[in-house]
Design a protein around this ligand. Structure first.
Ligand code: ADP
Ligand code: MG
Length: 320
């Protein structure tokens, strides 16, 4: 199956809902924003060996690619409208593999919304590389920024923290963890918090998604908002699997707080905000407060600072 077969047979059927995609039959697509709406654009790339393992199911790799981008739209309060896909398939990706990859995209397009409107398809002698540009919409001027948290605001997170990082620590460093299957599922198939993100518009003072780790991404909110934050370790929401893993190996605390790949939302709410209305959509937990100053502090149940050596995942350039 060559590049043109892949586009015509596997990707063109996903482009039908957006007339400006022209069935992927033209050089480019045309997208007219809905009246009164802004387009919100984001792009993420995933690389074999870093963001996914070569033996991950291709459906899950495709789904994760779409979901990490939708997670950015969720954090900004946007609704998915369209997306563009660049796929560099590795040599070992045969027809069956590429077909399964497209199946994964198709299922998630149905689940979360948005239409494939274009992209590029190439092959690579190196590891697989996939990049997606997601395009969302929201009422003009309403995008939730990283900037805008106020001193005294609550630090809130959705879902549970650390599951994906525990899976990676298990897989790469042999860390002993409980319920590997659940942790693996959280790593492979993050849940973009789209409904919560849209409900946060006009409520959250600042928001971002947690891709690089809770401490690092909360740090981004702090930096952009020119504030610091303090979080109480005991309030950080953990899955039963993460709690059991931590009980057996207290050193995993750092993995949970600083590891990446959660794709939950971290956001700032006024102290009198209606948390129950938000929690009816997705579990939301208050874990601390924004305060004057800079940087993120973690305190234990006794109010003492918890020292962390590692604060988040950074991709090097020219390094590894
Ligand atoms: P070009 O000649 O510019 O390289 P292509 O032949 O690569 O164009 O692409 C033809 C059409 O197919 C374009 O509309 C392009 O956006 C679309 N397309 C190519 N690859 C993909 C893909 N992986 N996903 C979605 N659309 C794609
Ligand atoms: Mg062209």
């Amino acid at each position: 199956m060559d590049e043109f077969d892949i586009i015509a047979r596997l990707f063109a059927p996903l482009a039908q809902a957006e007339p400006g995609a022209f069935g992927l039959g033209d050089d480019a697509a045309v997208l007219t924003p809905t009246a009164g709406m802004d387009l919100v654009l984001t792009k993420d790339a995933i690389v074999e060996g870093i963001h996914f393992f070569a033996d991950d199911p291709p459906e899950a790799i495709a789904a994760k690619l779409l979901r990490v981008n939708l997670s950015d739209l969720a954090a900004k309060g946007a609704r998915p409208r369209a997306y563009m896909l660049a796929a560099a398939f590795p040599a070992q990706a045969d027809e069956a593999w590429v077909t399964r990859f497209a199946t994964g995209i198709a299922a998630d397009q149905k689940r979360f919304g948005g239409t494939l409107i274009g992209g590029d398809t190439v092959s690579t002698p190196g590891p697989g590389f996939f990049s997606l540009t997601a395009i969302g919409e929201l009422p003009t001027g309403t995008m939730i920024r990283r900037k805008g948290a106020r001193a005294g605001d609550l630090v809130c997170v959705s879902g549970t923290i650390g599951d994906a990082a525990l899976y990676v620590a298990h897989r790469l460093a042999g860390a002993a963890v409980a319920d590997v299957a659940l942790l693996e599922d959280r790593y492979r198939l993050p849940q973009p918090r789209l409904a919560l993100g849209q409900a946060l518009k006009g409520k959250a003072h600042a928001c971002c998604d947690i891709s690089d780790g809770l401490i690092a991404d909360l740090g981004h909110l702090c930096e952009q908002s020119a504030l610091g934050a303090v979080i109480e370790w005991a309030r950080v929401p953990l899955s039963a699997a993460a709690q059991a893993s931590l009980d057996a190996g207290p050193a995993l605390l750092e993995t949970i707080l600083a590891g990446g790949d959660d794709y939950e939302l971290v956001f700032a709410l006024a102290p009198d905000a209606d948390l129950a209305a938000l929690a009816a959509i997705t579990p939301v937990t208050v874990i601390g407060r924004f305060e004057a100053g800079q940087g993120v502090r973690v305190i234990d149940a006794g109010g003492h600072d918890v020292a962390l050596r590692r604060t988040g995942w950074r991709h090097g350039v020219g390094a590894s």
